[in-house]
Each structure stands twice: as C-alpha cells, then as structure tokens.
Ligand binder design. Structure first.
Ligand SMILES: Nc1ncnc2c1ncn2[C@@H]1O[C@H](COP(=O)(O)OP(=O)(O)O)[C@@H](O)[C@H]1O
Ligand SMILES: [Mg+2]
Length: 258
C-alpha cells in the first residue's frame, strides 16, 4: 500500500436495513493513517457503516473499497472491536485468551497457539498497557481496562485498519482518557488507520484527524478542523448550525443560530 492510498473509499453508497433505506449518497475517502470519528444520532447507521466495511452488510447502491479491495468477511487486515463487546465475553475468559482470539481467526474455535503466537499475544497486551492483567479474568477488570484488552485483541494480528465501535461508552472520565491515550499511541505509530464510533467526540479531539458524520440520512466526511466549526456546518447545510452537545451526547445540532 502506498502512503497516498485511500484506506476506505465509498462511492454513491446506500444501505438498507430491515427493508428500508438507512442512509444514502455516501461518497468519501479516508487517507491512510487517518484517525476518524464516526458520529451521528442513535440508529443513524454508524455500526452499519462498520458492518459494510467488514463485508457483513452489502450496499444497496454504489461501491465500497477497503484497503484497495471489495469488502470481504474475515478480512484479517481489519481489527474490529464491536459495540459492547466485552459485555458478551464469558465470565471465566482470561485476558490473554481473549487477545489470542485475534490470532486464531475465529471467535468460536481456538487452535493451540505456537510459541511465536504467544509472544505476539504478550506483546499486544504490553502495547495496550494491560500486561499485568494477562492471567486475570476479563470480567474482573474495570470497563476501561476491558476495553484496552479488547483493543489488544483487535491489534494482535497487526491490522492496517482498526474499527472501534463506541469504545468510550459507559466509561467514567478517567477510564475514557485511559482508552483515548491508547488510541493516541496506536495512531502515533502511523501504520494503522483508525475509525472510532463515539457519541462524545470531545475526549477524542486531540487525536482525531477527521470525522464521518451521519446527518439526515447521509454520511459526510471532513477534516476535524472543518467539522468542529459551526460556520462550515452552517454553510454546508444552508441553515444556521451550532456546535453543541445534546442530552444524548451528539455533537451537532442544527438550527437556532448563535
Ligand atoms: N440486523 C439488522 N436487521 C434489521 N435492522 C437492523 C439490523 N441492525 C441494525 N438495524 C437497524 O438499523 C438502524 C441503524 O442501526 P445501527 O447501524 O446500529 O445504528 P447506530 O450504530 O448509529 O446506532 C437501526 O434502526 C437498527 O434498528
Ligand atoms: Mg451502533
């Protein structure tokens, strides 16, 4: 992959869910090395965007390219932490075993790990700052620690694209900043493109290079300086836009001026 390559490219994409169109006219490209928030109200289709990139949902219109290819299931170049992932992890699962699933390639059948693979698991735990919990049960850790272990799993196979779905939800402020600093570390390595679904974009602002925002049934992408700018949003939608936080945590509210 060349440095100039776009990691994610959507061209005229629409998606349907449960028979009705969820969003449409998705046309944007994310450059390699970007760290991009995915923001929008509940149910606007943020998780569905990830599922599209993972080949789990097909577009009803348009074309999608991920890392230069069509989306396909089981793409090992993509690391993925689903929304609420650690809540679904069995009570007795140890941290190192959860991370190892990122190598064994399936969540349901683990083959024995080679010594080399065990080394990679240790390194991923270390990189995510959770090496000390390697033999502890995931269920015994704090929410922020659990999210770090989940991110270690997503990174253990050395992906080119990392998809994190709501990694900050239901974390207290200290745990959020713990997870954000891990995202910052990963981004600083420069060889992974990162997309993060988040209701609250503010804790991520130091690390974000851009944002995809789902508004009125269409995904838009822009650089972060342009997104967090009420003048540009006002211009874009032809109506006064204020950048505020709603009770739901959504960043953008249209209308009202000022
Ligand atoms: N497997 C599915 N089948 C039918 N509808 C679905 C499915 N998954 C999600 N949806 C619907 O698609 C919409 C968008 O869901 P989602 O992408 O999860 O939104 P978000 O992540 O922004 O909250 C919601 O209305 C949801 O109910
Ligand atoms: Mg979601």
């Amino acid at each position: 992959m060349t440095a100039a390559e776009d990691v994610v490219e959507l061209d005229g994409v629409a998606v349907k869910r449960g028979g009705h169109r969820l969003w449409s006219e998705g046309t944007f490209a994310l450059p390699a090395g970007a760290c991009v928030a995915v923001i929008g109200p509940n149910g606007s289709g943020k998780t569905t965007l990830f599922e599209l990139l993972l080949g789990l949902v097909a577009p009803s219109e348009g074309s999608v390219r991920v890392l230069g290819d069509r989306p396909r299931r089981g793409n090992r170049r993509i690391g993925y932490v689903p929304q609420n992932y650690t809540a679904s992890v069995g009570e007795a699962v140890r941290c190192r075993d959860l991370v190892a699933l990122g190598i064994s390639g399936t969540r349901w059948g683990m083959r024995p790990l080679s010594a080399n693979d065990r080394g990679r698991v240790d390194a991923a735990l270390e990189d995510a700052g959770v090496a000390e919990f390697a033999n502890r049960r995931v269920s015994r850790l704090s929410g922020g620690q659990q999210q770090r272990v989940a991110i270690a799993q997503a990174l253990v196979d050395d992906p080119d694209l990392l998809l994190l779905d709501e990694p900050l939800s239901s974390l207290d402020v200290a745990s959020q900043s713990d997870v954000v600093s891990l995202i910052e570390d990963v981004s600083a390595r420069g060889d992974v493109t990162i997309m993060v679904v988040s209701h609250d974009v503010n804790p991520l602002l130091p690390v974000l290079t851009g944002a995809v925002y789902l508004l009125d049934g269409h995904p838009h992408y822009d650089e972060i300086g342009a997104v967090v700018n009420s003048e540009l949003l006002t211009h874009l939608y032809g109506t006064p836009v204020r950048v505020v936080r709603t009770a739901q945590g959504d960043l953008f509210t249209r209308g009202g001026g000022g």
